[in-house]
Design a protein around this ligand. Structure first.
Ligand code: A2P
Length: 279
């Protein structure tokens, strides 16, 4: 884990870069600038979603990049309103068109929407697309243990990744243990607590001692936990700063001090059990 292109092995034989860039809440124009800046800073994982309405911006940056396609890892996520088989196929084609890629590296079901109860149908369709060679790896986001178990029981296919809200204020130890048991890689969204952890005194003390910023300390914590981490920033300087996390490490004491920040009620985003919004 000494470099930005360090990859983690998935249960399907592929591998994912451990540090990436998130694209939530960016316009297409901002997304293009962020992706271009990020690739120049060395990021190799770009994480967008149909629901972010900015895939075309990421696609424009990919088209302009001189990097090999195989060096860049592209993730997008299925729109919440599109869990039926027909809708998955339609929205997937639209995503590929906007991103301008032949094969997608990772496609995730964005939220389970349990009350709607179509996520197994969506998962079966992702399996179909993977078996056709249009997606390398398939996974989910915001799935709890019961949702994961149901996918496995009904299809025999275990998601490669579950991308969940995870940061020092909400560390998800139970779900991470489930992932370990099932062979699922954990990916952290809102890894900085949507910025809310950056003025935490315990993190500030570590940052001061190491001559680093709070964001760098938190990103380093994710990396040293073996998590895939996708901080988001719209600012070029902070994008570069967040990638500069391979020339220092946190001690066991630092890790323990950050682990002590975990809170049962520390969630900053929606709860997957009740989140039924349809973007
Ligand atoms: P900005 O886009 O203006 O840089 P998360 O990834 O947990 O959702 O956090 C994203 C939030 O954290 C955004 O508001 C982003 O603001 C802010 N942020 C990201 N990186 C840094 C950084 N290095 N220093 C300060 N704020 C940051």
């Amino acid at each position: 884990m000494s470099q930005i292109d360090h990859r983690i092995r998935l249960n399907d034989g592929h591998s994912i870069p451990q540090l990436g860039l998130g694209f939530w809440q960016l316009t297409p124009t901002e997304a293009e600038a962020v992706a271009t800046e990020g690739l120049a800073a060395g990021y190799r994982l770009l994480d967008t979603a149909e629901g972010y309405s900015n895939e075309e911006g990421v696609g424009a940056a990919l088209a302009r990049s001189n990097l090999q396609r195989s060096d860049i890892y592209v993730t997008t996520k299925l729109r919440n309103a599109a869990h039926s088989r027909d809708a998955v196929l339609r929205e997937f084609d639209a995503s590929m068109e906007k991103l301008g890629v032949e094969v997608l590296d990772l496609f995730l079901i964005h939220w389970p929407r349990p009350a709607q109860d179509l996520y197994v149908e969506a998962w079966k369709t992702l399996i179909e697309l993977r078996d056709q060679g249009r997606i390398a790896s398939i996974g989910v986001s915001n799935f709890n243990e019961d949702h994961l178990q149901r996918l496995i029981d009904e299809t025999g296919v275990t998601p490669a990744v579950n991308q969940i809200e995870l940061h020092p204020g909400f560390q998800q130890q139970n779900l991470r243990q489930v992932h370990q048991r099932l062979g699922i890689v954990t990916e952290s969204w809102s890894p900085l607590g949507q910025g809310g952890l950056l003025d935490n005194p315990a993190i500030g003390a570590i940052a001061n001692r190491l001559g680093r910023t709070p964001a760098q300390v938190i990103i380093r914590w994710h990396l040293q936990q073996g998590l895939v981490v996708i901080p988001k920033s719209a600012n070029a300087g902070r994008i570069r700063q967040n990638a500069d996390v391979f020339a220092f490490s946190l001690s066991d004491e630092d890790l323990a001090a950050i682990s002590a920040l975990d809170r049962a009620d520390g969630r900053v985003g929606p709860d997957p059990r009740t989140a039924e919004f349809s973007f």
